[in-house]
Design a protein around this ligand. Structure first.
Ligand SMILES: O=C(CO)COP(=O)(O)O
Length: 247
């Protein structure tokens, strides 16, 4: 269908100059499948440093940003600042932002809208908790989160959706390829019915949650999985194999 496979690494609050230097060497050596778009989500204080070491083919993302240009918002970072230090993407709405920092659908939508308007590309994260899955609410939760994001997006070409079931994040409990495919297909149908067939056909939907070199190939073979958002394994040499999962 012509959707370019897109693999993101989300380093979360990990790393140092030393470890980023090592990782950049590994990613530079690759080789990385040229048919896969690669982005790494870097702690904001290291973006400039990482950008200087990574090959230009790898995009760099912030892991959060605020919803306005500048001002009295102690501790916050503006999209223009991320761009200024070398990021071209931002990850927004990660479940850790939602759960630990109390970010609402509405705040995330405001951030997505502003980041896009400032010229950043956005990886927008959604996903249900275990409790929600067990209560049969997986689709309802994912659709509600997606709807909030969709309400502010006009041009979808700079948006990637990351479906990350919260129960699979950092737990070693990966969704099975069938479980992930089921939600990805449901999301694509949601886009066809609520946005447009063209966006449904072109939007890239990543899977995230305990992706490793060992499970990436089978997940990548699913028709509606267009890439990954990788946490723990993105800090390791196996990230190269995950990037190359479609080869
Ligand atoms: O949250 C994630 C990526 O954003 C997934 O994390 P893990 O790959 O460590 O489970």
């Amino acid at each position: 269908m012509g959707r370019k496979f897109c693999v993101g690494g989300n380093w979360k609050m990990n790393g140092s100059k030393d470890s980023i230097t090592e990782l950049a060497k590994i990613l530079s050596a690759g080789p990385l499948d040229p048919n896969t778009e690669v982005v790494v989500g870097c702690p904001s204080v290291y973006i400039s440093f990482a950008r200087g070491l990574l090959p230009s083919s790898i995009g760099v993302a912030g892991q959060n940003c605020y919803k306005v240009k500048s001002g009295a918002f102690t501790g916050e970072i503006a999209p223009s600042m991320l761009k200024d230090v070398g990021a071209d993407w931002v990850i927004l709405g990660h479940s850790e932002r939602r759960a630990i920092f109390g970010e609402s659908d509405e705040l995330i939508a405001d951030k997505v809208e502003f980041a896009l308007s400032e010229g950043l590309k956005v990886i927008a994260c959604i996903g249900e908790t275990l409790q929600e899955r067990e209560a049969g609410q997986t689709e309802a939760v994912c659709f509600r989160q997606t709807k909030a994001i969709a309400s502010v997006v006009k041009d979808w070409s700079n948006v990637v959706i990351a479906y990350e079931p919260v129960w699979a994040i950092g737990t070693g409990k990966t969704a099975t390829p069938a479980q992930a495919q089921e939600v990805h297909a449901a999301l694509r149908k949601w886009f066809a019915e609520n946005v447009s067939q063209a966006v449904s056909d072109s939007i890239r939907i990543q899977y995230g949650g305990s992706v490793t070199a060992a499970n990436a190939r089978e997940l990548a073979s699913q028709p509606d999985i267009d890439g990954f958002l990788v946490g723990g394994a993105s800090l390791k040499p196996e990230f190269v194999q995950i990037v190359n999962a479609r080869q």
